[in-house]
Ligand binder design. Sequence first.
Ligand code: HEM
Length: 155
Amino acid sequence: MTDKDVPTLYEWAGGTEAFERLTTTFYRTVVKDDLIGPLFAHMDPDHPKYVAMWLSEVFGGPDRYTHERGGYSHMLAHHLGRAISEPQRRRWVNLLMDAADEVGLPDDPEFRAAFAGYIEWGTRLAVHNSQPGATPPPEAPVPHWGWGVAPPYQP
Ligand code: HEM
């Protein structure tokens, strides 16, 4: 198998439509959640779409978040100063994984391992970057996440 034959995580997941399904379902439960709902009380109605755009770009889809939404620095600005706690981070992760099951994202071990790897990394960075006095790099590219050590199983 050459690299050319390996689909991106974005393609494997089902593209933009799949990520939009994921984030729509996810934020529907987030806003009702006792622990993290209040953080999202004033979110833009298009927030789920923007996060789907971000995830799509991270997982190898079109770079629309960079070109249409302001890229990494715009995403970062939304987290600065929010003092996200570890219990809040964990709740965010749990609800996202529940949503992934609910909307039927691929559940093969390779996809879910890569997906969970990014989510673990990204949410831990969000906690660090959101603490009072944090000084994360103000500019950086949108990260690109791949399959890591376990490419998709394609018999
Ligand atoms: C992998 C982890 C994460 C990703 C990829 C992510 C992604 C994003 C993006 C792209 C935005 C900006 C959307 C826009 O363009 O308007 C945003 C905003 C935000 N994020 Fe995150 N985020 C992550 C983790 C978290 C966590 C763990 C929390 C808190 C528990 C959180 C809380 C927020 C809040 C409160 C906003 C602003 C919402 C508003 O518009 O009022 N994020 N996030």
